[in-house]
Each structure stands twice: as structure tokens, then as C-alpha cells.
Write a new protein. Structure first.
Length: 196
């Protein structure tokens, strides 16, 4: 007997493509989150102590009218080295069963600077930060890229109390998705997933 996956237990289906009406409000600098049922997604969610709905995040950049998500990803089957990448929104969603789009509360120039920071790191071919260090900007993991972009754009450290793993501070995905400096503008509505 096969055990149901988490999304199946929650009655969720894979996000193939969001409805156009949901994508209409998205713009440069929005923060996009996804949750999938892969083993890597499961592992990533374990570092979010309060809400394990999402397993990855990135920054939306509109290029020639098309939504791209700039995100930091570790090496996988299609990438031989981890770094900051840009994927179309549909590809970014991949095998996701839940997604959300959030926007920095603030002025349009601040929101645009979030996307500009991500574009710059993409141009620099910034590597993946395997050390998960907040002490430098030489490399990024997904939530560190978003956190740093928001900090540079707004001048506000939106995560003043960092998570810690064995005394090592890091930015969790739920530090961002539950952040009061961000407002949810689109996505799948599900209750928070805790303890999975």
C-alpha cells in the first residue's frame, strides 16, 4: 500500500500554471514562494520552525513582459554548480503544490530595487552559499538572496531575530513568508503546515 504524499493528504494538486487573473498583479520585485513534495523540498522546509508550507523562494523580475524568477539554487540534475539563476515562472513552479507571491510594503522604487539587486547578482553569476553564512555577499541561498535584496532596497533588516542552527544564524523561508514587512498578493491559500 502506497502512502499518500503530503500534498495529497492536504487535498492539493500540483501547480501547473496559475490562473492569469492571479498573475495580473505581479510586478518587478515581488517575492515568489513555492512548496513541492520532493525530498529536497522536505529537507528545506525543516529549517522553517513556524510554517513549513514553502520550500523555496525567489524574486520576480519582469523581462520583455515575461515573468522570471531570480533565485539561488544548489546543484541539481540540470545545474552542475549552484548559483543565482533565472527561470520562467512556470519552470520555477516545477512540481509545486502550493505557491505564494508577496510584496514589500513600501514605495514602488523600493520594490523595484529588490528586483534590481537580484538582477545584479544574476549578472555577477553569484555562487550558491554552501556555508549558509550571513557574514558576506559572496554567495547566496534562496532566502538569503531575498532577505539581502529587501535589506538593500529598504534599509530595513526585516529579520532582526535570525534563526539559529548549532549557533549558526540563518534566514529561514518562513522568516520571510510570515514577515510583517511583506504583504501576500497572490497564490494558493492553505493553512500553515507545521511539524511535517
Amino acid at each position: 500500500m502506497m502512502m499518500a504524499t503530503l500534498p495529497e493528504r492536504l487535498g492539493l494538486r500540483r501547480v501547473v500554471a496559475a490562473h492569469e487573473s492571479e498573475l495580473a498583479p505581479l510586478r518587478d520585485g515581488d517575492i515568489v514562494f513555492r512548496g513541492a513534495s520532493t525530498i529536497l523540498s522536505f529537507l528545506a522546509r525543516q529549517f522553517s520552525p513556524r510554517d513549513r508550507t514553502f520550500s523555496h523562494c525567489g524574486i520576480l523580475a519582469i523581462e520583455d513582459g515575461k515573468p522570471l524568477v531570480i533565485h539561488a539554487a544548489s546543484p541539481d540534475e540540470r545545474r552542475f554548480s549552484g548559483r543565482v539563476f533565472a527561470d520562467g515562472l512556470t519552470r520555477f513552479m516545477g512540481k509545486s503544490f502550493v505557491w505564494g507571491a508577496f510584496r514589500l510594503k513600501g514605495s514602488w522604487p523600493q520594490q523595484k530595487r529588490v528586483a534590481d539587486f537580484a538582477r545584479e547578482k544574476l549578472r555577477q553569476n553569484a555562487p550558491f552559499d554552501h556555508a549558509f553564512s550571513l557574514d558576506h555577499d559572496h554567495g547566496f541561498y534562496c532566502s538569503k538572496l531575498v532577505w539581502r535584496a529587501v535589506y538593500v532596497a529598504s534599509g530595513i533588516d526585516v529579520v532582526p531575530q535570525k534563526q539559529s542552527w548549532w549557533g549558526h544564524p540563518y534566514i529561514s523561508i518562513d522568516d520571510l513568508s510570515l514577515n510583517t514587512h511583506l504583504v501576500r498578493i497572490a497564490g494558493t491559500r492553505v493553512p500553515p503546515i507545521v511539524g511535517v
